[in-house]
Design a protein around this ligand. Structure first.
Ligand SMILES: [Cu+2]
Length: 360
C-alpha cells in the first residue's frame, strides 16, 4: 500500500516537472523565441478522431439493434404504454441530438486541424445564434418535463376503492407477499411485533383484519383489475421492479411506499404471444442491498380473475399456519379469529386455554 503511494507520488512529481518544462517552452514560443513545429502526426490524429466517431456511432447503433429484445421487454400493463411512449419520444430526441453533436464535434476537429497559415476567425457573439440554441432546447425540455410530470401524477394518483391490495416486504435477501384474505383489507402491522419465530410481518393480532391475512412466496395478480402494491422493507433499502409491468418503486425501511397498476395480460396470454410456453413473469430487487442481492427474485403469476380468486381461497391464513399466536389475540376476539383464520373454533379455544394455563 505504502509502496504504491510512493510510486504514485514519484509519477506525479515527474508529471509536474514535465508540465513545467512544457509551459516554459510554450512561453518561449509565445514570445516568438522559438517556432513550434507541428509534427506529421497532426493530420493522423485528426483522422483518428473521425475514425473514432464512425466506429463509436456504428457500435452504438449496432448494439442497440442487435440487443433490442433484451432491453425492450413486452409490455403487460396499462400505464406502461404511457411510460413507454414517453421513453421512446425522449430517446428519439436525445439520439438525434447526440448524433448531430457527435458528428459536428469530430468533423470540426478534422476540418479545423492546424494548418500552416490558417487563422482563427474572431467571432464575439451572435444574438440569433444564442437565442436559437437557448430557446429550442428550453422548449423541448419543458415539453418533455411537463408531459413527464403529468404522466407521473396520473400513475401515482390514489388507487380506487376496490383496487386489489397486496403487500410486498423486502428483507435481506428475500421477498414475501401478504394478501388481505377474504375481508379484502390488510390487518395492522407494527414493526415492534416482528420476531424471528413466526411473526415476520409484525402482525398486530389485536386487529381483527389480521386474522385472515395470508403469506405467499409468489406474487399472484389478477388480470385487468387495479392492483395496489403496498411496499415496505425490514432492514435496508430494496426496490420492487416488475419490468413487464413497468413498475419500479423503492422499498424503504420506516417509510412505506406504494404503486398502483393494472396488469393486462395473464401469464398464459404472454406465453402464447411470445410462443414460449416456459415463460414466467418475475420480480427483481433493483437496489444493491447486500451480498445476497442477486437472490431477491420473486416469481410472478398473472391469473384470470376466476383463477386468482380460486388461488386465494386455496391459501391458508397466516394465523392457521402459526396457531401459537392465538394467545396474542384478545380473549373477546378469539372466536371470530378462529373463524376468519379457518381454525376449528372449539379446538382453537381449547388450545388457547391450554397455552394460557401452561403459561400461568
Ligand atoms: Cu434487495
Amino acid at each position: 500500500m505504502m509502496n504504491s503511494i510512493i510510486v504514485l507520488g514519484l509519477i506525479l512529481v515527474l508529471a509536474i516537472l514535465y508540465l513545467i518544462f512544457r509551459v516554459s517552452s510554450l512561453v518561449r514560443v509565445a514570445k516568438g523565441e522559438k517556432e513550434e513545429r507541428v509534427d506529421s502526426s497532426n493530420g493522423l490524429h485528426a483522422l483518428l478522431f473521425v475514425l473514432f466517431m464512425v466506429v463509436g456511432l456504428g457500435g452504438f447503433f449496432w448494439y442497440s439493434y442487435v440487443h433490442f429484445d433484451s432491453y425492450n421487454l413486452p409490455l403487460a400493463s396499462e400505464h406502461g404504454a404511457k411510460t413507454d411512449f414517453m421513453f421512446w419520444v425522449t430517446m428519439a430526441i436525445t439520439v438525434v441530438a447526440f448524433v448531430i453533436i457527435s458528428i459536428a464535434m469530430f468533423i470540426f476537429v478534422y476540418k479545423y486541424q492546424y494548418k500552416e497559415g490558417n487563422k482563427a476567425k474572431f467571432f464575439p457573439d451572435n444574438h440569433y445564434l444564442e437565442l436559437t440554441w437557448t430557446i429550442i432546447p428550453a422548449v423541448v425540455l419543458a415539453v418533455l418535463i411537463f408531459t413527464g410530470l403529468k404522466t407521473w401524477n396520473e400513475i401515482t394518483s390514489p388507487a380506487s376503492k376496490d383496487a386489489e391490495v397486496i403487500e410486498l416486504i423486502g428483507q435481506q435477501f428475500a421477498w414475501t407477499a401478504r394478501y388481505p384474505g377474504s375481508d379484502k383489507e390488510l390487518g395492522k402491522v407494527n414493526f415492534k411485533l416482528i420476531d424471528n419465530v413466526g411473526n415476520e410481518f409484525g402482525l398486530d393480532l389485536t386487529d381483527n383484519k389480521t386474522f385472515d391475512d395470508f403469506k405467499s412466496l409468489e406474487l399472484h395478480l389478477p388480470v385487468n383489475k387495479e392492483i395496489l402494491l403496498k411496499i415496505r422493507a425490514k432492514d435496508v433499502i430494496h426496490s420492487v421492479y416488475l419490468p413487464h409491468f413497468r413498475v419500479k418503486m423503492d422499498a424503504v425501511p420506516g417509510m412505506p411506499t406504494h404503486f398502483k397498476f393494472t396488469a393486462t395480460k395473464t401469464t398464459q396470454e404472454m406465453r402464447d404471444e411470445l410462443g414460449n410456453q416456459s415463460f414466467n413473469y418475475e420480480m427483481a430487487c433493483t437496489e444493491i442491498c447486500g451480498r445476497g442481492h442477486f437472490s431477491m427474485r420473486f416469481p410472478v403469476v398473472v391469473d384470470t380473475e376466476e383463477d386468482y380468486e380460486r388461488w386465494k381461497l386455496s391459501q391458508e391464513s397466516w394465523l392457521k399456519q402459526n396457531p401459537d399466536y392465538m394467545k396474542n389475540v384478545p380473549a373477546g376476539l378469539r372466536e371470530s379469529a378462529s373463524i376468519k383464520a379457518g381454525l376449528p373454533v372449539q379446538a382453537g379455544a381449547m388450545a388457547v386455554q391450554a397455552t394460557a394455563v401452561g403459561s400461568n
